[in-house]
Design a binder for this molecule. Sequence first.
Ligand SMILES: [Zn+2]
Length: 152
Amino acid sequence: MTTDCLFCRIARHEIPAEIVHEDDEILAFLDICPIRPGHTLVIPKQHFPYFEALPPEFAGAITRFGQRLATAMKCIYDVPRVAFLFTGTDIAHAHAHIVPMAAPGDITSRHYIVEEKVTFKTPPRRPAAELVETGEALRSALRETLAESVSS
Ligand SMILES: [Zn+2]
């Protein structure tokens, strides 16, 4: 099934995105308003509104790619951990967020915050040139993780 949702249009290359990885099943591209540099979205190329609707092969492909990307992110960003999550709060096309966690609060819940009043904002949109540079760094690191997994 295809639709005109934003992520289907990105998957069809109708809307430009800084693509980190693409194969027959999935597409990974940079979030333009990243929590941290490298914040990537991974989608099935077919339209499934929420992750619980994903057939196992798509869920598996997204998870396996997330593992590869997390390994690459740990190399280039020197972070202790990488977050992988489906939230389904904005675009109704299943997508995993993969975020290098430079600080424990990078992915959190309002319920862990003591202060009563918290103000939220969208992180700033990053310049196109910076996204291209980040994309190249991730693609390069992914090629290295692939080479390592083939040689070991
Ligand atoms: Zn879609």
